[in-house]
Design a protein around this ligand. Structure first.
Ligand SMILES: C[S@@+](CC[C@H](N)C(=O)[O-])C[C@H]1O[C@@H](n2cnc3c(N)ncnc32)[C@H](O)[C@@H]1O
Length: 285
């Protein structure tokens, strides 16, 4: 499955301490069926003596209110910068700015992208776009400490800055990821979701033919919203089931993580027993 997105050679050297191990997951490993009804679940006793299965506990733990409050803890300000981020001198940032580029929109801590950068030192460049400045500063500090010359993070509102930033990059844009974006549950705030039609169109315009988009969420409603938006441009984008139908479950979601590396939100959600809804699209050649 990993080869779907890029050849990701396994690292052989010792791991850096700040890239802690939970972020690595073998590419071929399938998601655990936490809610399988065919497997008996161990029970625990509540204080009132009623037996509650661990699966039920997890379901309770994944209540919409809790998921909403977890995302709310990100303390996102209601007003994002509408100013376009300054375009950097790409030659100053990457040791080879002609390499294929992957952009992660809403890169959070940046650890996910750093794992990839470390695995593909000489073959790919990585760019994280993140609206929280402290995370950007810390991620660039880590990248510097790790002496990674193929990764950079920019403090940017992707909605405003994506197109201009990637259009100035000298090499080809081969992969864009949007992983567990903020759900903005209330209908009146859906317009704050990062995946809006103009951004979708900018991504598709900017990718090279054969380039890919990887989206995922632990919130079904958000995953469906992203899916609908990318599905509507099927004249330009092909979902990977057209290439290999066996990669999907019955509802059209990928069976496993195609990168072999998980994001922080993904690890947390899977730990709680959530399903991660994933789609991968390819720009038609
Ligand atoms: C829920 S976190 C997920 C982070 C990471 N992708 C993960 O899966 O762990 C969503 C991230 O997107 C960032 N974000 C939200 N809107 C954004 C925007 N318009 N442009 C760039 N980043 C954005 C948030 O600051 C936050 O770090």
């Amino acid at each position: 499955m990993a080869s779907l997105l890029c050849a990701v050679p396994r690292t052989t050297g010792s791991l850096y301490s700040i890239l802690s191990s939970p972020f690595f997951k073998k590419p071929t490993r399938k998601l655990k069926p936490f809610f399988s009804t065919s497997i008996p679940q161990p029970n625990r006793k509540c204080s009132n003596g009623v037996a509650v299965s661990i699966a039920e506990e997890r379901e309770i733990a994944r209540s919409p209110q809790l998921v909403a409050s977890e995302y709310a803890e990100l303390n996102l300000s209601d007003k994002f910068s509408e100013e376009p981020a300054p375009v950097p001198d790409w030659c100053d940032i990457y040791s080879d700015s002609t390499l294929p580029l992957m952009v992660d929109i809403g890169s959070g801590s940046g650890r996910f992208l750093m794992w990839l950068a470390k695995r593909n030192l000489d073959s790919m460049n990585y760019l994280g776009l993140e609206i929280r400045q402290k995370l950007v500063k810390r991620a660039n500090y880590w990248a510097n400490e790790l002496a990674l010359n193929n990764i950079h993070f920019i403090f940017a509102n992707a909605t405003v800055s994506f197109k201009q930033l990637v259009s100035t990059y000298p090499g080809p844009l081969t992969l864009v990821s949007i992983l567990c974006p903020d759900p903005h549950f209330k209908k009146k705030y859906h317009k704050r979701r990062v995946v809006q039609q103009p951004l979708v169109e900018s991504i598709v315009d900017s990718l090279i033919p054969g380039g890919r988009v990887f989206v995922q969420s632990d919130v079904l409603e958000v995953a469906l919203d992203m899916r609908n938006k990318f599905d509507t441009i099927s004249d330009e984008l092909l979902h990977v089931d057209k290439i290999n139908p066996s990669l999907l479950d019955n509802e059209g979601w990928l069976l496993s993580n195609p990168m072999g590396i998980r994001t922080e939100r993904e690890i947390h959600a899977e730990f709680e027993g959530a399903k991660i809804y994933r789609r991968v699209y390819q720009k038609r050649k």
